[in-house]
Design a protein around this ligand. Structure first.
Ligand SMILES: Nc1ncnc2c1ncn2[C@@H]1O[C@H](COP(=O)(O)OP(=O)(O)OP(=O)(O)O)[C@@H](O)[C@H]1O
Length: 438
């Protein structure tokens, strides 16, 4: 490999608009293009340093620090690899999609790697005034899927409990797609009657029915060039599922009272909190429609699967709902929120924060404000009596912990690792505590 080849590669990369670096197999940065220096350089000397040190402040390669390393994956596979990482950038930590491609010499041997970095603008790892926030492994896993599918035209099915952010994710997919400049049209499928569904989706011609005094464009037409988001698709009655299937299969629709079949041009994103596969088994959801809408499924994690995100979410949501800007939670309030279970997920968290912010007069929001505004049944306060957890007298702490662990284990339902995360201890500590009492 000649130095001439390397300098040609560098000057070629310099002309490209996306941030790129050239790396050697020992993780050293050999060159950075102008876009990289501008976006990620931050005035620092980059060339000659190790990528894991620049992007992660690690002292060892990512795969030795518990992260996936695209360079190692690319070397092993001999082809490009993509991962989503949290990188230190001049703006703080950001979600960055990293694509690493091997560069071969004339004998076919891999001599360099080119890494392309794209900051994910649709999600923030820090408190943000809008959009998706999160940095837990469950959130990053979902974000990775989202960013992979967004540029394609594939139909995405978002599956997740109520309040987990399905609509926000649908919008982020739209924003990260080639259709971002087109419209994003959301349709709530719950409570749709046959007539309403057709008129809403397909529009109608003047005189199609009593009251149709003018031609009206439907939502399918309004979504032209953009994304159609069908929320609560599991609520669609069977008769309407047929009509939707016809639209998806033929790519055409007809306005109510109209004669012409018009071409549809939208990317479909659907969402449901229901178990659609079980509905297909029970024959309440059409199998053919299920396969049409489910080209790429993405599960939005429940809040208890990403409880390490609660402080970040809480800070972001407070900034979004509070009428007094700049207020923060006390540490105790953050700890209280992190320990509470939100069956309504982020929506319930947001509602509680909004109420507490209205109730608090001072400069910060404390536990008392949250407790006062908490309308869910009080969480079992403390000794397992078989049905629940209650304490009516002062008892030794170790007995309390032991009884609480019993109760938490029965109530939690997940595996030990997720219970440990919920309890804010390591899995090893949890096992140690459980062994001690057995
Ligand atoms: N990752 C996130 N970061 C910040 N806010 C979020 C996030 N996910 C959800 N939210 C907020 O939580 C609330 C509920 O989100 P959304 O309406 O998207 O949930 P959903 O899953 O579509 O709910 P449903 O199934 O009930 O329609 C919204 O206020 C949304 O802005």
């Amino acid at each position: 490999m000649t130095s001439h080849f390397l300098s040609e590669l560098i000057s070629f990369l310099d002309g490209l608009p996306e941030p790129r670096i050239v790396m050697s197999a020992d993780y050293r940065i050999i060159a950075a293009n102008a876009a990289y220096t501008r976006e990620f350089g931050g005035g620092r000397e980059i060339v000659g340093r190790a990528c894991y040190e620049v992007s992660h402040r690690f002292s060892v390669p990512c795969d030795q620090a518990g992260e996936s390393c695209p360079l190692k994956l690319s070397l092993e596979a001999g082809e490009p690899q993509r991962v989503l990482h949290l990188h230190h950038t001049p703006r703080g930590e950001e979600h960055v999609a990293v694509e690493t491609s091997p560069i071969r010499d004339e004998t076919g041997e891999i001599v360099y790697f080119v890494e392309t970095m794209r900051v994910v603008r649709q999600a923030s790892s820090r408190a943000a005034a809008r959009g998706l926030v999160g940095r837990s492994p469950a959130f990053v896993g979902m974000l990775d899927k989202m960013m992979r599918v967004a540029p394609s035209n594939a139909a995405v099915l978002l599956l997740g409990e109520t309040g987990t952010g399905k609509e926000l994710v649908a919008h982020a997919i739209h924003e990260a797609s080639a259709r971002a400049d087109g419209p994003f049209v959301a349709v709530d499928c719950a409570g749709m009657t046959e007539t309403l569904f057709e008129a809403e989706l397909f529009g109608y011609e003047k005189g199609a029915f009593t009251g149709a005094t003018h031609r009206k464009m439907g939502l399918v037409e309004a979504a032209s060039g953009g994304t159609l988001f069908l929320d609560e698709i599991g609520e669609l009655p069977l008769a309407l599922q047929v009509k939707l299937l016809r639209l998806l299969e033929t790519g055409t629709f007809r306005r109510v009272g109209g004669l012409d079949w018009l071409p549809a041009d939208f990317r479909l994103v659907s969402a449901t909190h229901r178990d659609l596969a079980a509905m297909v088994q029970a024959e309440t959801f059409r199998r053919d429609l299920y396969f049409r809408i489910n080209t790429f499924p993405i599960r939005t994690p429940a809040l208890h699967e990403r409880s390490s995100d609660i402080p970040l979410l809480a800070e972001s949501l407070l900034g979004r709902v509070d009428r007094k800007p700049g207020r923060r939670f006390t540490e105790a309030a953050q700890a209280w929120l992190s320990g509470r279970r939100f069956s309504g997920n982020i929506r319930e968290l947001r509602n509680l924060i909004e109420r507490a912010s209205l109730f608090a007069d001072g400069d910060s929001i404390d536990v008392a404000h949250l407790v006062e505004m908490d309308d869910s049944p009080p969480a079992p306060a403390a000794v397992a009596d078989g049905s629940g957890f209650a304490v009516d007298r002062v008892i030794p702490l170790d007995r309390l912990e032991s009884a609480y662990l019993d109760w938490a284990r029965r109530t939690h339902g997940g595996d030990a690792a997720s219970l440990a995360e919920r309890l804010g201890v390591s899995t090893r500590t949890l096992y140690r505590k459980l062994e001690r009492r057995e």
